[in-house]
Ligand binder design. Structure first.
Ligand SMILES: Cc1cc2nc3c(=O)[nH]c(=O)nc-3n(C[C@H](O)[C@H](O)[C@H](O)COP(=O)(O)O)c2cc1C
Length: 161
């Protein structure tokens, strides 16, 4: 049975996620970032995480070349960053407050959490590539609320149950 792509997107949209910006540095030394919600944890021991990046992303080569990346979990009021990094992840960085991690990855200011990773493995994932990273550093904020994505729209964590 073939699956209609629209129906697949709509069904996947029911899976609420946080919104992250994955970052790295290009071979020319410029910071690069892409908005992704395909982030997930893989393993606790060793600490591994993953995200998938479209093969047609203009930023794909930078992530392949660098062999390291950071994942920044956006705060509820960072919707502007989500849109900016979804549209143009290189020139948008000029206006974004960040610092460089121990591994050399850009960490966004005020993110709810950041994971500083070295590339551990790369796998084919259809029209995406799956990046698995080993976490070498992290930080997080206990109080800040994350930006959520649900059924194609941004959402917030209004209440805990
Ligand atoms: C909320 C949200 C989540 C996204 N998640 C992903 C993702 O997991 N993987 C991906 O390749 N693109 C994802 N995108 C699209 C990318 O942010 C970006 O638009 C795409 O890679 C094309 O831009 P580029 O060529 O500058 O990379 C997402 C966009 C938004 C707004």
């Amino acid at each position: 049975m073939s699956i209609d792509p629209r129906a697949f997107r709509d069904a996947m949209g029911c899976f609420a996620t946080a919104v992250t910006v994955v970052t790295t540095t290009s071979a020319e030394g410029r910071p690069v970032g892409v908005t992704v919600n395909s982030f997930n944890s893989v393993s606790l021991e060793p600490p591994l995480v993953l995200f998938s990046l479209g093969r047609d992303s203009t930023n794909l080569q930078a992530f392949l070349d660098a062999g390291r990346f950071a994942v920044n979990v956006l705060r509820q009021d960072q919707q502007r960053l989500s849109q900016g990094f979804a549209n143009d992840g290189m020139s948008f960085f000029c206006s974004v407050d960040h610092e460089i991690s121990r591994l050399g990855n850009p960490l966004l200011a005020d993110a709810v959490a950041s994971f500083d990773c070295r590339l551990d493995a790369r796998h084919d994932g259809g029209d995406h590539l799956i990046f698995i990273g080993r976490v070498h550093g992290l930080r997080h904020s206990d109080g800040a609320a994350p930006l959520l994505y649900y059924r194609g729209r941004y959402a917030s964590l209004d209440a805990r149950i």
